[in-house]
Design a protein around this ligand. Structure first.
Ligand SMILES: Nc1ncnc2c1ncn2[C@@H]1O[C@H](COP(=O)(O)OP(=O)(O)OP(=O)(O)O)[C@@H](O)[C@H]1O
Length: 251
């Protein structure tokens, strides 16, 4: 029997991604082998241009690799077609973006239910209870009929988090989720993501530049020049920061 020490929810094997040709050729991913641990909060860090967004796009099936293999759970998505990938993203992946990406014409409830609408289904009773629970936990109970422009940035991001968690996706990708928030609100949002992993066993992969944001994660992956430079368990922000400075000094 194969012994797996840490179960992974998504993984890439020897992934490469090349843009351009000749002198303009860029190896955005240069042989990345990496697993995102299941049920945990992972931060992906690295200097600008190190390949963080490319890695996230490839793992979420938003972009294809030039070489290597990509898996979501046991499903290999490396050569999957667009239609199948769209369905897979809808059913198995949640997204939280820096810019919240809420639909301005829908109220909070409409935004939260959007992933179900897009998939042509209604939440089951169990799913509705789950959504109510998320809404209560994230303190959005009094805001369900408000539209995004009537909410603070932190409330908008919490609504986006409820939307991302509502379908109980295998994996939530968060791309600089606190980039547009003040530091206190940002910490609240990071606390919510951390809790989602700890309490609900939600797998989360967050791309960030910010050592404070990464200090909330259970696991930190450092990228440099399209490669995995290091992986660390949860660490204080100061340690993450000095590690990043060291990496940049050697770049
Ligand atoms: N569509 C593209 N065409 C050409 N080059 C690209 C494209 N997308 C990314 N790159 C290049 O690939 C490399 C990795 O980019 P990527 O956006 O993944 O980095 P990043 O770590 O997310 O950076 P940042 O922190 O600045 O967002 C960079 O050198 C970038 O210029």
């Amino acid at each position: 029997m194969e012994l797996t020490l840490t179960e992974t929810v998504a993984r890439v094997e020897a992934a490469t991604k090349t843009y351009g040709t000749g002198a303009g050729r860029v190896n955005a991913l240069d042989g990345v082998t990496l697993g995102i641990p299941a049920g945990r909060f992972t931060a992906v860090m690295g200097p600008s241009g190190s390949g963080k967004s490319t890695l996230m796009h490839v793992m979420a099936g938003l972009d294809s690799v030039s070489g290597g293999r990509v898996f979501l759970g046991d499903t290999e998505i490396t050569h999957m077609g667009d239609a199948e990938l769209t369905l897979l993203r809808r059913r198995r992946i949640g997204f939280v973006f820096q810019s919240f990406n809420l639909v301005p014409t829908l109220d909070v409830r409409g935004n939260i239910l959007l992933p179900f609408e897009l998939d042509g289904r209604r939440p089951t009773r169990e799913q509705s209870e789950w959504i109510d629970h998320l809404v209560d936990t994230l303190g959005l109970g009094g805001r369900l009929t408000h539209r995004p422009h009537e909410l603070s940035g932190g409330q908008q991001q919490r609504a986006a988090i409820v939307r991302a968690l509502a379908t109980r996706p295998d994996l939530v990708f968060a791309d600089e989720p606190t980039g547009n928030l003040d530091s206190r609100t940002g910490r609240e949002v990071l606390g919510v993501l951390q809790e989602a992993a700890r309490t609900f066993g939600q797998s989360i992969a967050m791309v960030t530049h910010d050592p404070v944001a990464a200090s909330y994660a259970d696991h930190i992956v450092f990228l440099a020049d399209g490669r995995v430079a290091a992986e660390r368990a949860q660490s204080p922000a100061e340690e993450i920061s000095s590690f990043m400075l060291g990496m940049e000094a050697h770049a």
